[in-house]
Write a protein that binds this ligand. Structure first.
Ligand SMILES: [Fe+2]
Ligand SMILES: [Fe+2]
Length: 295
């Protein structure tokens, strides 16, 4: 127990990818949004996830930047700003996606519900340093989850073959950036003295929360289609999530790493997936090069 309750050193693995701010400027075709991913039921998983991002990522930004005054390390301060900027662009792009999908499913409603819950939570915890540290532990937990979803998305990048490029660019760009900035929240958490036991407890509860929210959103979208009580439709959703391609099953080994004291996301080096994505989606990769040359 002593090992678990101690803090781990912040910012190991200094050889990491950059965290550039890309602006893909996507516009989504309304008429193709309903089922852009090879079928209605699998597309519902994307529709259910997207409304969680705008409020979720605003919460992540607030919880990380709440400790800006306590972080003196210039590299970590730089990464915090880049993290916040990347997440702000994700929020913006997913709001556009949700507005487009809202012609078919109640994504604006789902987005507002998530915002209400997370805004209330932030109001309750942000008044004390301990509360803000708890919020940061939540962000650490959910960043681990989203980085693993991003990894799975790029591991199975072939699922985007033949889909409208705007949708493929949104989901693969977001996946790549979740990998790029996967360590920022945990580095800040350790820098400010966050403990391992608290991090692990919050990891477990936040994982339960995000899975519950995801399945609730899937059910709401299925209800709109009148298929929420159809076992075959649920079997298709579960097959997609757990079997083929099965991102939730395949992510389990790396997910469990978070329960090892001293765990760090870059213990698992998956930078090759970012390079694979850049080669496959050069338009967004070009935005990255323009930004680099402008610096
Ligand atoms: Fe994000
Ligand atoms: Fe993130």
């Amino acid at each position: 127990m002593n090992n678990v309750s101690q803090t781990a050193p912040s910012r190991p693995h200094t050889d990491r990818p950059q965290i550039p701010v890309r602006r893909p400027g996507l516009e989504y075709p309304v008429d193709r949004a309903r089922r852009w991913l090879h079928g209605r039921v699998t597309t519902l998983v994307a529709h259910a996830l997207s409304p969680l991002f705008p409020a979720g990522e605003r919460f992540f930004i607030k919880s990380v930047m709440a400790f800006a005054d306590e972080v003196k390390d210039p590299q970590l301060r730089h990464e915090m700003r880049q993290f916040a900027a990347q997440e702000a662009v994700h929020t913006h792009e997913h709001q556009k996606y949700d507005e487009t999908v809202d012609h078919h499913y109640p994504t604006a409603f789902l987005e507002a519900q998530t915002a209400e819950i997370l805004d209330q939570l932030w109001e309750r915890v942000s008044g004390t340093r301990r509360g803000r540290r708890f919020a940061l532990a939540m962000t650490v937990a959910l960043e681990h989850f989203t980085a693993l979803l991003g990894e799975q998305s790029l591991e199975h990048i072939d699922i985007y073959d033949g889909v409208d490029p705007q949708f493929a660019e949104l989901w693969t760009w977001h996946a790549a950036e979740e990998i790029e900035h996967k360590a920022v929240a945990i580095d800040v958490y350790r820098h400010i003295g966050g403990g391992e036991l608290e991090r692990m407890i919050v990891q477990a509860t936040a994982t339960g929360g995000i899975l519950f929210a995801m399945f609730m959103n899937i059910a709401v979208c299925m209800a709109r289609d009148g298929i929420v009580f159809q076992p075959r439709a649920w079997a298709e959703v579960l097959r997609f999530l757990f079997i083929d391609p099965g991102p939730l099953t395949k992510a389990v080994p790396h997910y469990l790493d978070a329960y090892k004291p001293g765990f760090h996301p870059w213990d698992h080096d998956n930078r090759d997936l970012i390079e694979k994505w850049e080669a496959r989606y050069p338009r967004v990769a070009e935005a990255r090069r323009q930004q680099r040359s402008a610096q």
